[in-house]
Design a protein around this ligand. Sequence first.
Ligand SMILES: NC(=O)c1ccc[n+]([C@@H]2O[C@H](COP(=O)([O-])OP(=O)(O)OC[C@H]3O[C@@H](n4cnc5c(N)ncnc54)[C@H](O)[C@@H]3O)[C@@H](O)[C@H]2O)c1
Length: 277
Amino acid sequence: MATDLLLKGKTGIIFGALNEKSIAWQIAEKAYEQGARFSLSNAPVALRFGEINELAEKCNSKVIPADATSMEDLQKVFADSMEFLGGKVDFVLHSIGMSLNVRKGNVYNESNYNYFQKALDVSALSFHKLLQTAYKMDAINEWGSVVALSYVAAQRTLYGYNDMADAKALLESIARSFGYIYGREKKVRVNTISQSPTPTTAGSGVKGFGSLLDFTERMSPLGNATAEDCADYCVTLFSDLTRKVTMQNLFHDGGFSSMGMSLKAMTQYDKSFENGK
Ligand SMILES: NC(=O)c1ccc[n+]([C@@H]2O[C@H](COP(=O)([O-])OP(=O)(O)OC[C@H]3O[C@@H](n4cnc5c(N)ncnc54)[C@H](O)[C@@H]3O)[C@@H](O)[C@H]2O)c1
């Protein structure tokens, strides 16, 4: 029996595809495969260094530059997208994150506060700004879906994740607070996906990222979720199959967030004490 494409007839806006490794890039490709039409947006600087035009060509999409911390830029993205797509959209992806403290290797207890504020603005407040812009412009159809990308550092401390942990905690809280209003008033759902460590440009900037990736791979019963896996999951959240899911932080991490000690880790731990060491 032939089944319809999951996103047939749906339109959206995808923020944050920089290159092929980007989670947003993989989501764009999957959404396109599943029948969606969408615009793409990223910061002007990313448009210069990234490869987003290639993706736009592949997906018959349009690139609309925007610094996601600027309300003016965001209004333009929604206005231009609605014009390009012929009306309100059904889904929006926020896949944006940046911390200068992480990039420069500053330890958390010696955070630079200008960088800290910038990290919160780019990685979390931009989500509020995006939601507020969409809400005021009434840019999302009823039963539409907004998804942002988060990380388990919002709940648990992981070495090296720094002020991004605070940004993710704020991001997840915004999803709940705005999700309540958007759901109540316009039947729009708002969720975050808490994704496994993923070797992307932003991810690889975290100190000790290689070891973290290896640790979570071994600790998760299903192994790390890749960017492509994340794209599959995200497509279901954009689809009509998840219409009553909102205000949730959804772990997509092979089980990592529920693990304490694994057999592999126990074996490794015992080995490290062999010979009385
Ligand atoms: N890679 C991981 O390990 C991992 C794990 C969990 C969650 N995430 C989250 O996934 C999201 C996407 O990151 P990624 O791993 O695909 O890396 P990425 O580097 O490919 O994407 C980050 C994007 O943020 C954009 N960006 C930065 N500042 C911006 C601004 N001012 N305005 C607009 N866009 C801006 C960048 O241009 C880039 O496209 C981020 O929120 C990240 O925190 C990543």
